[in-house]
Design a protein around this ligand. Structure first.
Ligand SMILES: C[S@@+](CC[C@H](N)C(=O)[O-])C[C@H]1O[C@@H](n2cnc3c(N)ncnc32)[C@H](O)[C@@H]1O
Length: 317
């Protein structure tokens, strides 16, 4: 059995919810006041999970996955794409946690395991780790001082959506392993942002747990429960994340279902082929804090797509 070390069985989530309801520090957040932003209480809980303020979630909230963990979960193409990058290229890891995967890329062990493409660190890509909370270790700081200046960067205290495209620049490879793609409340806004940062010809590699797979024949992992992320059309049918990704303009998408993982994974390669990105808008109809949170979306009606070229032009004004 292969796992991504999540794992919050749903009954535990219920128990935790009940104990949270009794927790004095969060008690005030349980009451949704009139006019409050949607899902305010859940977002407060989610923020407290990031900040390690919710007892019991530390086990499910994994922040130290290695590059080998990334390679075994993500599409096989990820490992090759990363190995091909050169010194002018850039890799962004969204939701990097401790940034262990990036450190591994610059380690001697990486070169030993990639003898055909091994190169000195000076000839490797530059990498940016992004996390909401600062999870850098002493090891990260030490590794950073041994690399040439600006080879690695660790950005924190903000979410992906809070950075401008100008501030971050473009990337040839973007990864997200149970980071923002699994945790964000606004999935379509998140995707627009990612695709805006991707250089044409570059790829975004990511993964979701426990979703309706492309073939549509799988059932939710936890009996009697919903999938962890659902996207419903106007008829109320869960169309799955893969189909939504494939409806985005200017990208080629491959979706691969991995049923032998617990919970099962669907892993995605989203390859940008031109700049005229158009992401079909999703409305958030359900968000329950967790590791990762449960999310339900509805395709906007009438269908709305945000054209990234137009958005970027507007943002620079
Ligand atoms: C469960 S940890 C995963 C860390 C790492 N990828 C790993 O596998 O060990 C989730 C990470 O996603 C980050 N995160 C969640 N939502 C994010 C967002 N919208 N933008 C940037 N980072 C986000 C969290 O701060 C954290 O670093």
């Amino acid at each position: 059995m292969r796992t991504l070390k999540r794992f919050r069985p749903r009954p535990f989530a219920l128990f935790l919810f009940l104990s949270l309801s009794l927790s004095p520090c969060l008690a005030s957040a349980q009451t949704q006041s009139a006019g409050a932003p949607p899902f305010k209480d859940e977002l407060v809980k989610q923020e407290n999970i990031y900040r390690d303020k919710v007892e019991g979630y530390a086990v499910g909230y994994v922040t130290d996955r290695t590059l080998a963990d990334y390679a075994s979960a993500l599409p096989a193409d990820f490992d090759r794409s990363l190995a091909r990058l050169g010194p002018e290229d850039r890799w962004l890891d969204i939701g990097a946690g401790m940034g262990q995967a990036i450190l591994d890329y610059y380690s001697p062990g990486y070169d030993l395991s990639h003898p055909e493409t091994a190169k000195p660190n000076t000839k490797k890509a530059r990498a940016v780790a992004m996390s909401i909370e600062d999870r850098r270790t002493a090891f990260w700081n030490q590794a950073a001082t041994h690399l040439e200046p600006n080879k690695i960067q660790y950005l924190y205290e903000k979410r992906l959506r809070d950075y401008s495209a100008q501030a971050l620049g473009q990337f040839q490879v973007i990864t997200d392993v149970i980071g923002g793609f699994s945790y964000t409340m606004d999935l379509s806004v998140f995707m627009e942002k990612v695709l805006g940062l991707l250089a044409p010809g570059g790829s975004f590699y990511t993964v979701l747990q426990d979703v309706r797979a492309e073939a549509g024949t799988n059932k939710p992992h936890y009996e009697g429960d919903t999938f962890l992320t659902e996207i419903r059309n106007t008829a109320g049918t869960d169309v799955g994340v893969c189909r939504w990704l494939k409806s985005i303009g200017c990208v080629e998408v491959t979706c691969e279902y991995k049923p032998d993982w617990k919970p099962p994974l669907e892993v995605y390669r989203i390859h940008k082929v031109c700049d005229d990105i158009a992401v079909p808008r999703l409305e958030t109809v359900h968000f329950a804090a967790g590791t990762p949170p449960e999310r339900g979306y509805r395709l906007a009606t009438p269908p709305v797509t945000t054209n990234l070229t137009a958005t970027s032009a507007a943002n620079t004004k």
